[in-house]
Write a protein that binds this ligand. Sequence first.
Ligand SMILES: Cc1cc2nc3c(=O)[nH]c(=O)nc-3n(C[C@H](O)[C@H](O)[C@H](O)COP(=O)(O)OP(=O)(O)OC[C@H]3O[C@@H](n4cnc5c(N)ncnc54)[C@H](O)[C@@H]3O)c2cc1C
Length: 488
Amino acid sequence: MQTNFLVIGSGISGLNFALHAAKKGHVTLITKKKLIDSSTNFAQGGIAAVLDKTDNTEQHIKDTLEAGDYHNDRKAVRFMVENSRNAIYRLIDLGVEFAKEKGNLLLTKEGGHNKRRIAYVGDYTGQEIERILVKRVKEHLNIKILENCFALKLITHKRTCYGAQIIYKNKIDNIFADQTILATGGIGQIYSNTTNPSIATSDGIAMATEAGCKAKDMEFIQFHPTALAKRITPRFLISETVRGEGAKLINSKGERFMKKRHKLKGLAPRSIVAKEIYKELEFGPVYLDITHKDRKFLKKRFPKIYAKLKSYKIDMAKDKIPVTPAAHYLCGGIVTDFNGRTRIKNLFAFGEVTRTGVHGANRLASNSLLEALVFSNQIIKKLKPAKKLKVLTIDRPRLSQKTSKETLLAKSLQKEIKSLMWKYAGIVRNRKLIKKEGIPKLKEIFKQLQQISPTNQIIAETYNMALTGLLILKAAKKRRRTLGCHFI
Ligand SMILES: Cc1cc2nc3c(=O)[nH]c(=O)nc-3n(C[C@H](O)[C@H](O)[C@H](O)COP(=O)(O)OP(=O)(O)OC[C@H]3O[C@@H](n4cnc5c(N)ncnc54)[C@H](O)[C@@H]3O)c2cc1C
């Protein structure tokens, strides 16, 4: 197969890029499950931007830097914030209907924001963005979509990317492309507790680093403070906007413990709230309490959360909601410039897989959809399909005949990776233990995986998870002090 642009991933960044690129050439968009299977589809809260008269660029920049513990790339932050308004209006032009009152966008607040600046659609913003972008991509004649198509490996030669090796319809094949775009999302699935869907197995990070790209800030994993404390995978998220609309965090004694811990109380940056909840959980459960709001408001403002909680026999209007932190977002990733360029020629990356520098050591809530959108919007000016596509001769390995035994082993190693990562690279870390136990144990697992040829999706994902886990542990080992969401 040959194409001008090979886009790997169908979240906000992949879909948005595909729409731009389709104006310049032929796009093949591949995704490992269905089109809508992405973190984007799970996003509840909204997307941050400077949209209100009482707000301004400098304030949004300040909040982003403060949340990021000033580890951010200031130029990248300014670039994102200055382009935020246009990014929202692009979504509106494509058909996303954000909540409005009397023709004006309604804006909500989340942790770390000093202004109301988050545009939203109920409590299912991501689902609505995904729905509209999928619709537009499906309408486009220049975009070919391959669902259930897994990118196994990037095809590179002398620091240039020529496409990707894929598993499609039980066969390994190659797709050659002028430009290859990684939009593969995050890594949450490498932890035993996560809000991320099953697709978030860090494939993009692993493929890109194996191809020679640089990963940076990998130790900065954001743990969302308020996932529902019920044993489900992924953990169901109680959006920060619930706190934004007045929910209070209380401990087992009924105390509003965040009052004494941060000036923004329950709306302090996520890393701080997650750490404080984690501490409180040693003494008993922690709850969100929004019972002072009336049922009508809750049902209208949080329809999905209300319904989900009801299915667990929790009535938001009457009951306290038990919460716990869970792995949520990777602030670092593959290093890219403002146009998504990586170190490898003709390989670009957008969205959660990247490290653009905007999040620093801790992402400000609702800045991730924004980052994915703003950066995947820029590239268009620079896009040029190659005059003549260079096609390499590449082996097509056969799918393993011994898959079942090897797959069972990979599945059991996956479980080990998840609990190991939770233990050694969780909310609070210990450098000595990472060095003495975490890294050697994970290296041992990785060695076992290196001996199995990655010829089916589960084996490949497990390999990717182990490789990325090692990057995280090694980065965490190097960092000697607490910074952003890296606590020691
Ligand atoms: C529960 C939850 C709530 C959130 N709420 C918010 C919010 O309110 N506001 C906010 O700004 N952010 C939020 N986020 C974060 C935000 O949703 C993500 O950072 C963002 O959607 C990432 O977009 P993306 O395009 O980079 O990746 P994704 O949307 O995750 O898409 C990745 C795509 O890549 C595909 N893929 C991955 N690997 C492969 C492979 N090997 N081969 C083929 N395809 C592959 C996947 O199937 C998927 O289609 C939330 C995240 C979660 C999990």
